[in-house]
Design a protein around this ligand. Sequence first.
Ligand code: UD1
Ligand code: CA
Length: 451
Amino acid sequence: MTLASIILAAGAGTRMRSKLPKVLHPLAGKPLIWFALNAVLGLVDQPPLIVVGHGADVVKAVVGDVATFAFQAEQLGTGHAVMMAQPFLEAKADRLLVTFADMPLLREDSLKQLIDLHAASHSPVTMTSFIGEEARGFGRVIRDEKGHVVAIVEQADATPEQLAICEYNVSAYCFDAQWLWSALAKIPVSPKGEYYLTDVVGLAVAEGFPVEALVLDDPDEAIGLNNRLHLAEAEKVMRKRINEAWMLAGVTVLDPERTYIEVGVQIGVDTVILPNTYLRGETVIGEDCQIGPDTTIIDSKVGNHAHLLSSVLEQAEVHDHVTLGPYCHLRKGAILDEGVHLGNFGEVKQAYLGPGTKVGHFSYIGDAKIGKNVNIGAGTVTCNFDGANKNLTEIGDEVFIGSDTMLVAPVKIGARSITGAGSVVTHDVPEDTLVMGVPAKVVRKLEKSDP
Ligand code: UD1
Ligand code: CA
């Protein structure tokens, strides 16, 4: 039995009121459709087929080659959308798993149960439902006195008695492919001029098949996204899932409701995440760290035993035992080697700070290569931009930069040299030399006995 997957993603998503196609809106850092894809990838023998329509080109570009695509030019309903898949899959699949791209919380495990239930049943259709309190515009599952599924009725077409039913259609189905292809042609057109996929349930029942529904235990899985209120709801559920998974994996999350960890992030054991922290993109954090509160880390690497407080890191790298903050900004290409300390209001961009180097207070380090155990005084600035080009500042090991030094790049400070407070360094300084003044002049060669 070959199983193929169809994901419907052609709808306009009008209720999102957005320029972006609905299925590309981000949830926990990934586009909605990523979740629908991920839930099926491990279950099928061939790349999922996505039915695209609105914003087809952008959706295809984002998804890439993990899936194949069918095009639905006019959105004539979910049944019609599945018909668009027929030419691609007719010869390739005995069974079909059909899901919607706007249902990101549906778990792979539930779909697996659906497939198993279908395999054990004697019906060409198996559906998924949940019992809930809020209707959210979902189709109602109609059952007979014996409790057998009879049909799905859309909210817009339901009678008052049917509207009172609180078993809802999730929109995840498993079908016998041959049966479905012929059933699709029999779907009647709705009063709205659409072909509803839901109608095939009634068709199967009319042919005498006992349709079964997998009733989901967790109704959160059925949160579909039609508007931005639903997006916030889904984000909350996803946040809870992600944070719980990290806690069970050995990470302390002090306040899971106020901790935002995206799907692609990795965190080592015994790390503590404090509130209002955003861990985003492909960020990797080591063990025994303390992160936050009020910290945002995007696409960055953090070693072990690092303490990062109230700071922002973007495409940066900090090694073991680094302490940072409060109020630091590490920008692209900032690399802080082992044991570096960056105190209040430090900004670092495209710069390497060697092991043990300390920048205690409000400094800007941009386009720099700094050696080990360097002490950089308060208010130091690498003047890296001359109006046309970015220039490099190089500082050797064990240099002492006095408070408020301006390092006018390109400039090199040799190992173990000292700049006096308030120096404006416009020329290279050799090793073991004391400079001071504006612009800084050599005072004398340093002796071993100098501090
Ligand atoms: C659908 C179901 C409803 C179910 C609900 C659960 C139908 C008729 N109704 O309603 O029973 O309770 O989902 O989420 O199936 N799409 C296309 N082409 C189209 C129309 C839709 O590809 O012509 C895609 C959309 O992009 C979306 C999905 O199908 O991913 C569902 O469409 P939507 O309009 O949101 O259906 P619902 O009104 O939510
Ligand atoms: Ca929907």
